[in-house]
Ligand binder design. Sequence first.
Ligand code: ADP
Ligand code: ADP
Length: 226
Amino acid sequence: RSIYSVRNVSRRYGELAALDDVSLEITRGEWLSIVGPSGSGKSTLMNILGCMDSPTDGIVLLEGDRLDKMGEPELATVRREKIGLIFQQFHLVQHLTACENVMLAQHYHSIPDEKEALAALERVGMAERATHLPRELSGGEQQRVCVARALINHPDVILADEPTGNLDEVNERVVIDFFHQLHDAGTTLIVVTHDAEVAAQGQRQIILEHGRIAREVTDVLSTPTK
Ligand code: ADP
Ligand code: ADP
């Protein structure tokens, strides 16, 4: 039932434990919000779940595979095939068009497929902007390109780190509505956010403090996971 199992995970930087003995089960299809003050370990946890960093102690399973045992080449494969990443700062390649940015994230083994990239851009209402460079797009438009890029490999899980941090209210709504569509379609969503309204969209919120899960809030009114 769990898509992720995190067991007694720590991530140490010398004396500092950015994550300190964290255990967490994430259910397939769940929308989980990760909140907490600056420096509490949110990005560290996100980076470990997103195969961008490894714990110094503990076990991390994604669909039964031990992420904590993997080296960078294996992690890169899992990241491409199973995970869609969305960042506050977009991380678009500036000299490539919207469409080329989406194509760059396609599976290693697939031949770059422009039609598929255009279809992903279409889903987020950005098809007419396919040939534009990032600097020719507004913040909201850039984040929609990032959503298309995150969806290109049909990931089981979307990890978003402050996805609405650089957006105005209108574009925040667009991104949240899109997350609801993905969630309704069965995608697991894990969202780090400072914004209480964005956090409240999730069925469960975990609150990190000093690298530990201090509290957990479950929204009893939301629909149960399928
Ligand atoms: P948050 O995302 O909640 O702001 P982080 O996960 O970025 O927190 O950081 C948690 C703690 O780990 C902080 O004290 C931060 O300074 C420290 N930290 C994060 N990355 C590194 C690093 N590469 N080297 C040393 N300390 C780090
Ligand atoms: P490579 O390993 O070939 O250097 P990168 O990891 O640098 O590839 O990714 C190439 C591009 O694809 C980058 O723009 C990166 O942000 C994007 N990308 C890679 N993996 C993902 C993912 N899982 N979700 C969203 N974008 C991704």
